[in-house]
Design a protein. Structure first.
Length: 855
């Protein structure tokens, strides 16, 4: 619909019809369509001059499909029926044309279809009614052959011209009606279902699917790395059993091995509702697994992954898990049709399922190591921030779907920017490398020129000034539906080619970009263990050679050092606890200060709240818009406080304190190792250094604890990112319902009603926000706790390793003391053998690394 074609005549006419003083802003696409519909349907009824009771009933039945009782739309319908009848608008060509001017070709055809449907409802289409519809259709510029299809469809004739039928199917495709209310989209879908099916392509080839060869190859490499891990585990285990290496090494390999074993690619699909996310997933999987329909469908995050058998697990928000029968999957993953047509956000907000995990043994993409995440449409979702955060957590790549046949909405632009920031771990204004923007529904853009324009429009935003994405082949234009059809039917066409082009880009990214980083990381972690193992074995050999010998006095000293090291760990923990306490005191103070000015800041922002919905025709939607903007403003405020006060001041300063103390304690241990190494020729300090470096790697790019550098850099590297506390939205979601219930304005239109609604949203929103303080504190506890805990854990691990090295030294001394020369010689041989095996693993890893980095 092109609302720029709404003329002053239309505004005046609709004001007259409804008896309300309207402005062009009030004439939203659903309002305009409804006015046309009422007019045409009344035209059909009145064309023969009389109105039978059955006709009245039919009219109301048809029109009531588009509203729920007591709603604003229902009231509006009544006003329109009354006004159109009194003014006999259906008879006035000029007025009809003014009303229909903004309608698209599809909308005009849908309009006339409703006329035919009503006319054919009893049985035959009355000739006068048909004539009336013909005339209207002609004025609207509807092609006669399309009318023939409609008539034939509603009178159940069989012989229909296939080209015209396909055109009608194209025009009535529900995706063409996304500007209208969901209720009309559903009506278009029902309308299509009532018409004969379009003629299908002939099947030329048997069912065939993409094989994801690159991903499979990559899985092979991962398995090889896993295999190396397993061998390493065995060697280390043998060595610790014989007391040649400290036990902490086994735990380290086990941890790495778990990570490698379960290493998967995560691919997430995001977008507003009905953009074809689930359809795209089905096309990627080559099977109709995800529920799909014209109106909002997916109700929650679903994760599709490989499993040895088909099973579905529901994960609840309270942490429970439950396996559900496979047949229930689609039902559970879907919101009810009522919820989709009515109040979308409420059902979503109250649902207690957190996510559904679907495991399947034969989905090619999943068995190639990819987990795919489908998400619910994000439009009005009160939990939007939380969902995006959840979906984006640990994802390797994100596919953002939009509708190529219309421009990016403001919400989509905001979403894309938000996704970009989150993918870049909070860094703003940097393009994301792992974001793919996909214009779907390209099949609805018929002309070459149209397609060019669409591409330019999307690319200008995505790659233009302040670009959203970076990297090759990050923007694609596809038809998920046409590609899925082709895959299922084994046919080949350009849509399939475009789709395969797209999947190849994704595959290439996952394997060559993301995958190589993953493999390199795993390999360097394994190599670290190999290196420590080799150092340890060299040292054991020296012990067997009696090159390392310690006196009783030195033994006592070592025992003392062990005690001291434990003491250091305890000191770090105590300090961390004290700091956490302090942090909370500072948080409370800072929060109160922030909260004090919050009302004024939000009140200021609320002046910019905007809704295209009319307080008269769609008050419920207006309230929802305002509530969403309240939530958004509040979330932004919280983010800002989180980033500037909590993160950059409170946490930063207190963590620095902790870091200095950790660095001091680890330095001290390192110093003791140094002097031990000098005294008795061990290489402890080197082994400890490897561990410290390892932790530093995990905290990407930070200075390092040891050597007194401190680890402050870790924070800057995005250890914590504030992009909403996530849960605020859910808490405030109930506001919309509460507010809607508290208004009784009905259809009254007086100045200032919008401000009144704003005021109420504001007041109730704050009330709910203050009520949810406990939850906020809980969340803050969690954030602060985990940041400190991470630090303490890392330092504890290094200290535990240091202690294990000391203990191992003592044990070995004890053992060697009691052994014969022969025993020692044979043990040296054994150690030599193990060293060879470790070297072998190192070489194998090198080979794998080379193989997977060669494109
Ligand atoms: N013509 C056309 N229709 C499509 C295309 N992709 C999806 N559809 C249709 O669009 C409707 C919505 O598709 P879904 O896959 O359910 O969309 P979604 O984004 O998962 O929707 P939600 O789960 O509600 O957020 C369905 O009727 C699909 O058949 C396409 O490329 N072309
Ligand atoms: Mg979906």
């Amino acid at each position: 619909m092109d609302t720029s074609l709404v003329s002053s005549q239309t505004v005046e006419l609709l004001s007259q019809i409804t008896g309300q003083k309207l402005t062009p802003k009030n004439l939203t696409p659903p309002v305009i369509f409804l006015a046309n519909l009422v007019t045409v349907l009344l035209g059909v009824i009145f064309v023969d001059g009389t109105v039978a009771e059955s006709e009245k009933q039919r009219l109301l039945t048809t029109l009531y499909r588009f509203s729920i009782p007591e709603s604003d739309v229902r009231k509006l319908t009544h006003l329109m029926i009354k006004g159109v009848k009194e003014n006999q608008v259906y008879k006035q060509v000029n007025n009809l044309l003014a009303l229909a001017a903004p309608l698209s070709e599809s909308e005009k055809l849908l309009l006339i279809s409703f006329g035919y449907e009503m006319s054919a409802a009893d049985s035959e289409i009355d000739t006068r009614e048909k004539k009336y519809l013909d005339i209207v259709a002609k004025h609207l510029g509807i092609k006669p052959q399309h009318l023939v299809v409609l008539e034939a469809g509603f009178t159940h004739q069989i012989n229909i011209e296939p080209i015209a039928l396909n055109e009608v199917h194209f025009l009535l495709n529900p995706a063409q009606f996304q500007q209208l209310d969901i209720i009309f989209i559903k009506a278009a879908s029902d309308m299509l279902a009532a018409l004969p099916a379009k003629s299908e392509h002939k099947i030329t080839k048997p069912h065939r699917n993409r094989s994801y060869g690159e991903l499979k190859k990559f899985q092979e490499y991962r398995k090889q790395v896993d295999n190396c891990c397993y061998q390493l585990f065995q060697i280390i285990q043998d060595c610790t059993n014989r007391g040649f290496l400290p036990h902490t090494l086994i735990e380290e390999v086990e941890e790495i091995s778990q990570k490698v074993k379960f290493q998967q690619f995560r691919l997430a699909v995001l977008g507003e509702f009905s953009q074809g996310k689930s359809t795209l997933l089905n096309a990627l999987l080559g099977e109709e697994i995800q529920p799909v329909r014209e109106i909002p469908c997916s109700g929650m995050v679903t994760v599709l992954k490989y499993g040895t058998q088909k099973r579905v697990v529901c994960r609840y928000k309270d942490g429970r898990e439950e396996e559900i029968p496979f047949e229930q999957y689609q039902l559970k993953a879907t919101i009810s049709e009522d919820a989709a047509l009515g109040c979308l956000s409420d059902e979503l907000a109250h649902d207690e399922i957190d996510e559904i995990v679907f495991e399947h043994p034969d989905l090619e993409l999943c068995s190639s190591g990819v987990e795919i995440i489908d998400s619910p449409g994000l439009n009005e979702h009160p939990d939007r921030t939380a969902i995006t955060q959840k979906v984006l957590k640990d994802t390797d790549a994100v596919i953002f779907l939009t509708n190529a046949s219309r421009s990016l909405t403001q919400l989509e632009r905001d979403l894309l920017q938000d996704v970009r920031t989150q993918l870049n771990h909070g860094k703003e204004n940097e393009p994301a490398n792992n974001l793919f923007v996909v214009g779907n529904f390209i099949d609805l853009v018929r002309t070459e020129k149209g397609r060019e324009q669409v591409q330019q429009r999307i690319e200008r935003f995505v790659k233009g000034q302040n670009p959203i994405v970076t990297g090759e082949n990050r923007v694609h234009f596809i038809s998920a539906q046409a590609a899925l059809d082709a895959i299922l039917q084994g046919t080949e066409d350009d849509y399939l080619k475009d789709f395969q082009n797209f999947t190849r880009s994704i595959e290439k990214f996952l394997t060559f970009d993301s995958g190589i980083v993953k493999i390199k990381h795993s390999i360097s972690q394994i190599n670290r263990v190999v290196e420590k193992g080799l150092d340890g074995l060299y040292q054991s050999q020296d012990t067997l050679d009696r090159k390392i010998q310690i006196s009783e006095a030195e033994k006592h000293k070592v025992l003392e050092k062990i005690g001291e090291a434990s003491g250091r760990d305890v000191r770090i923990r105590i300090l961390a606890d004290q700091l956490i306490y302090l942090v909370f005191e500072q948080i409370a103070e800072s929060w109160d200060e922030w909260r004090e000015g919050l009302g004024d800041r939000l009140a200021n922002k609320s002046q910019r709240w905007y809704s295209e919905h009319s307080p008269v025709f769609s008050q419920d939607k207006l309230i929802r818009d305002y509530t969403n903007q309240f939530i958004r403003d509040l979330s932004t405020e919280i983010d800002e406080w989180g980033n500037t006060k909590l993160k950059e001041v409170i946490l930063q300063e207190n963590l620095k304190h902790l870091d200095i103390s950790i660095a001091y304690e680890l330095d001290a241990i390192q110093g003791e190792f140094n002097s031990l190494d000098e005294n008795i020729q061990t290489n402890f300090s080197k082994q400890l250094k490897i561990s410290i470096n390892g932790i530093n790697d995990d905290f990407t790019g930070m200075g390092g604890f040891g050597g007194g550098v401190g680890i402050g850099g870790a924070l800057a590297a995005g250890l914590i990112v504030f992009t909403g506390l996530g849960f605020i939205a859910v808490i405030v979601a109930s506001v919309a319902a509460a507010i809607a219930g508290s208004f009784g304005f009905g259809m009254l239109d007086f100045d200032g009603i919008k401000d009144q609604i704003k005021g109420k949203v504001f007041e109730l929103g704050f009330e709910k926000f203050d009520e949810s303080m406990d939850k906020i504190s809980e969340k803050l506890d969690e954030i602060v706790g985990s940041v400190f805990e991470n630090r303490v854990k890392s330092s504890s691990r290094v200290i535990a390793e240091a202690i294990a090295l000391y203990e191992n030294l003592l044990e070995q001394q004890e053992k060697v003391h009691n052994e014969t020369l022969e025993q020692r010689e044979s043990e040296k041989m054994w150690i030599y053998q193990k060293r060879q095996e470790l070297e072998q693993i190192h070489n194998e890893l090198e080979v794998i690394l080379n193989k997977c980095t060669i494109v």
